[in-house]
Ligand binder design. Structure first.
Ligand code: GLY
Length: 425
C-alpha cells in the first residue's frame, strides 16, 4: 500500500453510505467510489458517485479494472448473486463478498434449507412447494402460525408470517405471482422467540464475529404490519450473551463455513445469520444473507473503532487473523425514515428539509433513497434516511436519534417510534 487505496463500494442504500463514510476516514484510503451512491455519499469528503447500477456487473468489473480499484466492497445481494465477485476474481481485483455459487445461500432459500438439512444446521422444519396447489394443501393440513417464504431474492419482502390459515393461503397466492417464487416456495413452522442478526466477516473457515444487532423488520410499532427491509436497528443486541454467541458460532457459523470450504472455493465476505432464539434459549437459523444487513450495518459501523479498510482488506485477502476489530462500548441505534407507501412503491422527488441541524459527534444521518436536486436532497422512494445515534445507554441513544428526527421533514415521511424500546430495561 504505497499510494492510498482506491475503494469501490457497490450499492445505494444507507448501508453503503455507512461503508463509504467509514472507508473514507481511513488513512489508508485515497479515494472511495460508490456505484451509484446517493445524495449522502456524494457529500462525503473523498467520495465520488459513479453512475453504475449494482446489477451492471460487467460494467462495474470493467470500471474497477480501468480505474485501478484496489478493493471492491459489495453492499447488496443482487450483484453477488449476479456473479460480480467471479468477474472481479478473473481480473485479479480484490473483493469483499462471496462468488455466485456461494451466494446461493442467500439467493435461493430452497438451496439454503437443503444445505441446513444436509449439514445439521438447526433450522425450522420446512416443506418445499413448486406449485400453488400443493402449497394450499400443505396449509390446509397444518394448524397454527406458518412462515411462507419465496425462494428467490425479494428485498426482504418475500417472507410472510401468517397467523391464520386464510392469511397463509393469501400469502401463497401472492408469493406464487412473484418472479422470486419461480423456483418454489417454502412453508415452515413458525418458531416463537426473539430474533437477532449475527454477522461475521469470513475468509474460508477463519472468521471474525461482529457484535450482534437487533433488526426491526415490521413496518409498524409493536412489530405489526408487513415485513420490510428493516425499519430500525440496535447494537449490541440486548438479550445476547457470550454463551449464546458461542452456541451460534459452534452450531451454525462454523459448520456452514466448513461445509462450504469442502464443497467449493472458500467463502469470502460477510455471512449474516438471521437467528431465532426459541423459548428454551436454543438458536435456530431463519436465513443466511451473504452481506451486511441494512439497517444493521449503520449501527455496527457507527460503533466501530477500528479502521474499516484494514478489516475489509484483511477479509478479502485472507489476513483476518492479523486484525481484531474493536467497537465502542456504547450502544447505537438507527431509525429508518421511509417514504409513504413503503414497503410498496411510493412517491419520490419530495424535498427533504432539516438535515443540516441534525448531525454531531453522536448522531449521523446515513442516506438511502435520496438524490441531489437543484436546491438540495430529494427523496427517491423506499427507505430514505437512517438516523443513527450512540449514547451511554440505549435510552440516551434513542433520545438523540428521535430529537434529530424532529428536525427532519419530507412529505409522506413514516417511521417507527419504538426502535430500541424493547431493549430498554
Ligand atoms: N435487515 C435485514 C436485511 O438486511 O436483510
Amino acid at each position: 500500500m504505497n499510494r492510498g487505496a482506491r475503494v469501490l463500494v457497490v450499492g445505494q442504500g444507507a448501508r453503503e453510505h455507512a461503508l463509504a463514510w467509514a472507508l473514507s476516514r481511513s488513512p489508508h484510503v485515497a479515494q472511495v467510489f460508490v456505484a451509484p451512491g446517493n445524495a449522502g455519499t456524494i457529500k462525503e469528503p473523498n467520495v465520488l458517485n459513479i453512475p453504475l447500477a449494482p446489477d451492471q456487473v460487467d460494467a462495474i468489473a470493467r470500471y474497477s479494472r480501468e480505474q485501478h480499484i484496489d478493493l471492491v466492497v459489495i453492499g447488496p445481494e443482487a450483484p453477488l448473486v449476479g456473479g460480480l465477485v467471479d468477474r472481479l476474481d478473473q481480473q485479479g481485483t480484490a473483493a469483499v463478498g462471496p462468488t455466485q455459487s456461494l451466494a446461493r445461500l442467500e439467493g435461493s432459500k430452497i438451496y439454503c434449507k437443503r444445505f441446513c438439512e444436509a449439514h445439521d444446521i438447526p433450522t425450522a422444519a420446512a416443506r418445499i412447494h413448486t406449485d400453488l396447489h400443493s402449497a394450499l394443501q400443505d396449509i390446509a393440513n397444518h394448524d397454527g402460525p406458518l412462515v411462507i417464504k419465496a425462494s428467490g431474492l425479494c428485498g426482504g419482502k418475500g417472507v410472510v408470517v401468517a397467523q391464520t390459515r386464510s392469511e397463509a393461503e393469501g400469502a401463497a397466492h401472492v408469493l406464487f405471482s412473484l418472479p422470486a417464487t419461480r423456483e418454489g416456495l417454502i412453508i415452515e413452522t413458525c418458531i416463537q422467540g426473539w430474533e437477532t442478526s449475527y454477522i461475521v466477516l469470513a475468509h474460508g473457515t477463519t472468521y471474525r464475529a461482529w457484535p450482534a444487532a437487533q433488526d426491526h423488520k415490521r413496518l409498524l410499532a409493536g412489530d405489526r404490519g408487513p415485513n420490510t427491509g428493516g425499519m430500525g436497528a440496535l447494537s449490541p443486541s440486548p438479550r445476547m450473551t457470550p454463551a449464546l454467541e458461542a452456541r451460534i458460532c459452534k452450531s451454525i457459523i462454523e459448520p456452514t463455513l466448513a461445509a462450504l470450504e469442502q464443497a467449493q472455493t472458500p467463502y469470502r465476505g460477510f455471512l449474516y445469520a438471521g437467528i431465532m432464539v426459541d423459548k428454551q434459549g436454543d438458536p435456530y437459523l431463519l436465513e443466511f444473507n451473504c452481506r451486511l444487513g441494512d439497517p444493521e450495518a449503520q449501527v455496527l459501523i457507527f460503533r466501530l473503532e477500528s479502521d474499516l479498510y484494514e478489516i475489509l482488506d484483511a477479509g478479502a485477502r485472507g489476513h483476518l487473523d492479523a486484525h481484531t476489530p474493536h467497537w465502542i462500548r456504547d450502544p447505537a441505534l438507527a431509525v429508518v425514515l421511509a417514504s409513504s407507501g413503503y414497503p410498496g412503491p411510493g412517491p419520490a422527488g419530495e424535498p427533504i428539509s432539516g438535515l443540516e441541524a441534525t448531525e454531531g459527534p453522536f448522531v449521523k444521518v446515513f442516506h438511502a433513497g435520496t438524490r441531489l436536486g437543484p436546491t438540495g436532497p430529494l427523496t427517491d422512494g423506499g427507505r430514505v434516511l437512517s438516523i443513527t445515534a450512540t449514547g451511554t445507554t440505549i435510552d440516551r441513544a434513542r433520545q438523540r436519534a428521535y430529537a434529530s428526527i424532529e428536525q427532519i421533514a419530507f412529505v409522506g415521511m413514516q417511521y417507527r417510534k419504538d426502535i430500541g424500546l424493547a431493549g430498554i430495561s
